[in-house]
Design a protein around this ligand. Structure first.
Ligand code: TRP
Ligand code: SF4
Length: 366
């Protein structure tokens, strides 16, 4: 079984197999308890590692943290919104919130300048996070290239707890840039447990399934740091927990990617242009109306349905009506796209009203 490469992930079709192959756990056991959260209720968050520790902290009223990182490149789109919603949900559940702009990773792996990364992190990511409901209180935001000395010390010490062979077996060919990116990410995830940040506590990292190699590595390094006293310091830390979500597909099928504007709707996009993209999105419809009326459509393969499922239709009954009427051939794609476009335009208008003040908030933070 070959590990997947977090820098060039394609589509993942079989999430059940991921659970089997890599030892993730299914999220089923927690689904009912947290079913007020759409991504959990609908199985979009499908897997986890050690999420029990987070639930325990919640039950006992103990501190815990949420940590995640963003690659500051491209426009903020509906795929990013899913991660943002997760961050905000954890914050509302009481998590200390740590968000990292991975500008070192984007510089080393994608040649994005630090200046561009800063701009993108501010105007695209942070502004949208705030407009979606993130609160400044109890959150920490940093750039990998510009942070506290303790963070770099932890990153460098981590290098002593993993061999090059191990990294090669996880990531394939290692380059010096990959090496620094990987160790930076380890430090991103573990540093909330340093004394400076209040000491050991459960930390959950909500990520796409492609980031699991990083999580496994970080958990191994955490255990090893635990077993040794490093440079006279106690580096006790709890192996981090993770939740895994499915990917949104691109509007034309395939990947949703910041480098292909036809594949996504940006949250700052003109509502008219967004409507056009919906109207030409790939659906699970049949080639002729007659055929669709007779055999019904396939919502499972439909990008329009996916948008409703992930973002635009929070009411399960309403969504299930779309699903069944589609399968029975009662709902045709033209009408359905119209419904979706309408919901999307409404969402964008409302969201974009909040963007200017959200941006001011973001500017103040930096
Ligand atoms: N590597 C992540 C990405 O490609 C970004 C990232 C950096 C990250 N540090 C992180 C994600 C820590 C989760 C936790 O998007
Ligand atoms: Fe997709 Fe709607 Fe067409 Fe069904 S009717 S295939 S859900 S667009």
């Amino acid at each position: 079984m070959k590990d997947f490469d977090p820098w060039s992930v394609g589509e993942i079709k079989d999430y059940g197999k991921l659970i089997e192959d890599f030892g993730m756990e299914s999220f089923e056991a927690f689904r009912q308890r947290f079913d007020s959260f759409r991504y959990i209720r609908r199985g979009i968050i499908f897997g986890h590692r050690d999420f029990g520790k987070i639930v325990e902290a919640l039950d006992k009223g103990k501190p815990f943290a949420m940590m995640t990182g963003l690659m500051p490149s491209g426009r903020f789109h509906m795929g990013h919104k899913m991660v943002a919603d997760e961050i905000i949900w954890f914050q509302q559940m009481g998590a200390e919130t740590y968000i990292c702009a991975a500008d070192m990773e984007s510089y080393l792996m994608r040649d994005v300048s630090f200046e561009d990364a800063r701009k993108t992190a501010l105007t695209e990511y942070l502004s949208n996070y705030f407009a979606l409901g993130l609160k400044k209180r109890g959150m920490r935001f940093w750039f990998q290239s510009d942070y506290v000395p303790e963070y770099y010390k932890l990153r460098d010490i981590s290098s002593k707890r993993v061999t090059l062979n191990e990294l090669q077996s996880i990531y394939g060919d290692m380059t010096t840039g990959k090496l620094v990116s990987v160790l930076s990410q380890v430090a991103d995830i573990l540093h909330p447990q340093l004394e400076l940040f209040g000491g050991p506590k459960p930390v959950v990292v909500p990520v796409g399934a492609d980031q699991d190699p990083h999580i496994r590595l970080t958990r191994d390094i955490a255990s090893r740091l635990n077993a040794k006293r490093d440079s006279g310091r106690d580096m006790k830390c709890i192996p981090p927990s993770a939740t895994y979500h499915k990917f949104m597909s691109g509007l034309q099928g395939g990947k949703m990617s910041s480098s292909d504007p036809k594949s996504y709707v940006a949250l700052s996009e003109e509502p008219k242009s967004a409507r056009k993209k919906i109207m030409s999105a790939m659906t699970g419809g049949r080639t002729t109306v007659e055929d669709q009326k007779e055999r019904g459509g396939e919502p499972e393969k439909c990008m329009v349905y996916e948008l409703l499922l992930y973002h635009l239709m929070d009411d399960d009954l309403e969504l299930s009506r779309v699903y069944h009427e589609c399968r029975e051939g009662k709902l045709l794609c033209g009408e359905c796209k119209g419904i979706c476009a309408e919901l999307l335009e409404r969402f964008l208008l409302k969201h974009q009203k909040k963007l200017p003040s959200a941006r001011k908030k973001a500017e103040k933070l930096l």
